[in-house]
Design a protein around this ligand. Structure first.
Ligand code: PAP
Length: 360
């Protein structure tokens, strides 16, 4: 592990867990759910199964716990020049993107060949903090402890971001074919013991009421931002990443201002990073086989590494369900220039990079 001393002399990104453990102060903080109880009590609410109540905040369906964290992000998060924000709807490749972006940005301090690379000893979520979750847990101030450039993550819709963040940070967004996202979400909740039958989750999603939904609003917000300001917002798709992870690593390097040099290429650096971050490599690590993530709902680290394929929805939806959901999504995306049409054809096939033109 790199020597950590005081965080002020570090150059980021550094693993969040390495820094914050020096800043544990045992202080009791007011829970954001209590702090924002007046707002929470006024929000429309629905039950997503017996175990999960969702509130509608700024048009988005969320647990009260997450709403509280997002309000705190909106009011308190101080962005800094150089911050890099990874953004995504849930279950669309966040964990993988965290691993790839960290390994790419920090490769001078932590070469992929390093046996003690943070990726080999920490779960990706312990390296790159989930902002609203930190705030929900009353620990938003810990983000201040991270040296610049900070690498942070959010599931917030683009429209919810504090203006300072949307205005000055580089953002990398990843989305995924929505049916696969839903299936992944269902398995994830199930792994934590939540009772949410798949048909119920599906029905909620058709009405835009799944957790973090409507999914189309999430995707369209970042899509519009990336087309308006491509130098600020990079738009990735999980299926494209799967088809060619090495190209994704190179793209990330260019976008984040740390392009791979000819010497890096000769040394195999992009290939090494892609291999180190592959689902098989990550899921085989002790750090990802054991441990718990999450404060409100607790998820085992292993639950973040399930199948990692395109088209698993065919094992959970009837053709009629798929047609209905596709039609809803197509209708919402119409005219935006973004579609999931080609990705759908890849159901349960190994994706082929040549068959996936960008964002069609
Ligand atoms: P999060 O939003 O809770 O952080 P996220 O990481 O976005 O979850 O999504 C998890 C999905 O990414 C899982 O998909 P599945 O359920 O369809 O299998 C998980 O398997 C997949 N995943 C995790 N790591 C990788 C990886 N290195 N390569 C490819 N897919 C991955």
């Amino acid at each position: 592990m790199a020597a950590l001393g005081t965080s002020s002399c570090l150059v980021g990104p550094v693993p969040f867990k390495d820094v914050t453990k020096d800043h544990e102060d045992g202080q009791t903080v007011v829970s954001p759910t209590a702090e924002h109880a007046d707002i929470l009590s006024t929000l429309p609410s629905i039950a997503a199964g017996p175990d999960l109540q969702l509130r509608q905040y700024q048009g988005v369906w969320l647990s009260a716990y997450m709403v509280a964290g997002m309000i705190s992000v909106q009011r308190r998060f101080m962005s800094r020049p150089g911050d890099v924000i990874l953004a995504s709807p849930p279950k669309c490749g966040t964990t993988w993107l965290k691993a790839l972006a960290f390994a790419t940005m920090a490769r001078t301090t932590y070469p992929p060949s390093d046996a003690d690379h943070p990726l080999r000893r920490l779960n990706p979520h312990e390296r790159v903090p989930f902002m609203e979750n930190q705030f929900s847990a009353g620990q938003g101030a810990k983000l201040e402890a991270l040296p610049s450039p900070r690498l942070l993550h959010t599931h917030m819709h683009y429209s919810m971001l504090p203006p300072s963040l949307a205005g000055c940070c580089k953002m990398v967004y990843v989305c995924r074919e929505p049916k696969d996202m839903l299936v992944s979400m269902w398995h994830f909740f199930k792994s934590a013991g939540l009772n949410l039958p798949f048909p119920d989750l599906f029905e909620l999603a058709c009405h835009g009421q799944n957790p973090y939904g409507p999914i189309w609003d999430h995707v369209l917000g970042y899509w519009a931002a990336s087309t308006a300001r491509p130098e600020r917002v990079m738009f990735l798709r999980y299926e494209e990443m799967l088809a060619d992870p090495v190209s994704t690593v190179r793209q990330l390097g260019r976008f984040l201002g740390v392009p791979f040099t000819a010497a890096d290429e000769a040394a195999g650096s992009p290939v090494d990073i892609a291999e180190m971050c592959s689902i098989d490599a990550l899921r085989s690590l002790d750090a990802n086989k054991t441990g718990i993530n999450g404060s409100f709902i607790k998820f085992g680290h292993q639950a973040f590494f399930r199948k990692g394929v395109v088209g698993d929805w065919v094992n959970h939806m009837t053709p009629e369900m798929a047609r209905r959901f596709d039609a809803i999504v197509d209708d919402k995306l119409r005219g935006s220039g973004l579609a999931f049409t080609l990705v759908r054809a890849l159901a349960c096939q190994e994706p082929d990079a040549s068959s996936l033109p960008a964002c069609v």
